[in-house]
Design a protein around this ligand. Structure first.
Ligand SMILES: NC(=O)C1=CN([C@@H]2O[C@H](COP(=O)(O)OP(=O)(O)OC[C@H]3O[C@@H](n4cnc5c(N)ncnc54)[C@H](O)[C@@H]3O)[C@@H](O)[C@H]2O)C=CC1
Ligand SMILES: NCC(=O)COP(=O)(O)O
Length: 342
């Protein structure tokens, strides 16, 4: 394994995601674009070949030799590490037998990133329930990569060029959210956000924190967590000179003026924050895991099983996710994107 690789061209591992979902299609589409990086896909080779045929797109797959020099991506070509599915793949139809290959792909990507053979991981969507049939601890990439890296706390952030939304809790039933929001947890989450974003931008980050309850609890009438749990944590960071504000009623926190006033928003749960950013930026939006020892980005959508067999998916978000990873690697994540790479 080439651990001391030194190259100006970054190497990105791109994972296939759920084999029956739109991941293989997105990869074939994105392979047609230009990137200033070597893209190495970890995927079922035969599936990518049949998907390229179905899309009538040209794709030359080159078996990856990790000890070879880094080669810049050429449209229509992809380096591949082949991890085949056990059973034939039917687009749109989940098969738990094939979840083993999907999990093996994620484990391999994690290994390559942890030993610095690749500079970043970009993931195509997985189907959490299908993977959970094989690994009962599987909840999402975010939790999987954190565990593999032995990191206690990572934070999910979705970002467009204008808005960044982070989550205090991720893949958790709504009924379990209130008990998961403890002062210790929130301190860890906000700590990861402040450290990670300061590393990216070189500046202090202004964080706006959502309340948990309607009207941020309305002084206790509509819930106690806002005043008794969230507010003391915010005060703790303010006392350290950090720019952390709230808790604010979430329903009016994403107005145009407020979006300009803060660098990042912290939502208490998945569906408090993500519908807002997806309504603004679906397709031009990336999922970034803050707090990992490497860069990991992903698409802003799921496996879209309903359209997988029709080969009509948009690869915009995967393209955005690859470019966002490259911007993070070059320290340019806060700039507007350059001209589209297609
Ligand atoms: N990064 C990841 O691995 C993610 C995985 N998921 C997983 O995906 C599975 C399905 O989740 P859903 O909530 O149904 O969301 P979904 O994003 O798969 O689908 C929601 C709707 O958006 C459409 N859609 C999604 N991506 C599209 C694209 N690229 N082009 C055109 N239309 C697109 C779908 O056809 C569907 O109508 C679940 O297992 C979920 O956990 C969901 C989000 C992210
Ligand atoms: N809604 C975001 C999502 O489900 C993606 O999660 P992850 O697989 O990136 O952890």
């Amino acid at each position: 394994m080439n651990v001391n690789r030194q190259s100006l061209i970054p190497r990105v591992a791109l994972t296939m995601g759920e084999s029956a979902g739109i991941g293989p299609e997105l990869i074939v589409r994105v392979a047609q674009l230009k990137f200033d990086a070597q893209i190495v896909v970890i995927a079922d080779k035969a599936l990518l070949e049949s998907t390229a045929q179905a899309l009538n797109l040209s794709l030359k797959l080159i078996n990856m030799d990790w000890d070879s020099p880094v080669h810049k991506h050429q449209p229509g070509h992809l380096y591949i590490e082949n991890i085949p599915c056990e059973q034939p793949v039917v687009a749109g139809k989940l098969n738990a037998e094939n979840a083993k290959a999907t999990l093996a792909i994620l484990a391999r990507a994690s290994e390559l990133a942890l030993d610095k053979t690749v500079d970043a991981i970009v993931t195509s969507p997985v189907h959490k329930a299908n993977l959970n049939q094989v690994d009962q601890n599987f909840l999402g990439h975010t939790e999987f990569f954190a565990k593999a890296a032995n990191i206690d706390k990572v934070v999910m952030m979705l970002a467009t060029d204008e808005l960044k939304v982070t989550l205090a809790t991720t893949h958790l039933p709504l009924a379990k959210v209130p008990q998961a929001i403890t002062q210790d947890e929130l301190k860890q989450v906000i700590g990861v956000i402040l450290n990670s974003l300061e590393n990216i931008t070189g500046e202090k980050t202004k964080v706006a924190v959502c309340g948990l309850n309607p009207h941020a609890g309305e002084g206790g009438l509509l819930g106690y967590e806002d005043d008794e749990i969230i507010r003391p944590v915010i005060e703790h960071f303010c006392n350290q000179g950090q720019l952390v504000f709230g808790p604010f009623p979430a329903d009016t926190l994403f107005t145009p003026e407020k979006r300009k006033a803060y660098d990042v928003f912290l939502a208490m749960y998945h569906d408090q924050g993500l519908p807002v950013i997806k309504a603004f930026g679906f397709g031009q939006c990336v999922n970034v895991t803050l707090g990992l020892p490497y860069i990991r980005t992903s698409v802003d959508h799921g496996t879209a099983l309903d359209i997988a067999a029709s080969y009509t998916a948009s690869s915009d978000s995967l393209e955005y996710a690859v470019n966002y990873a490259l911007r993070l690697l070059s320290g340019r994540a806060t700039e507007q994107p350059s001209t589209p790479s297609s």
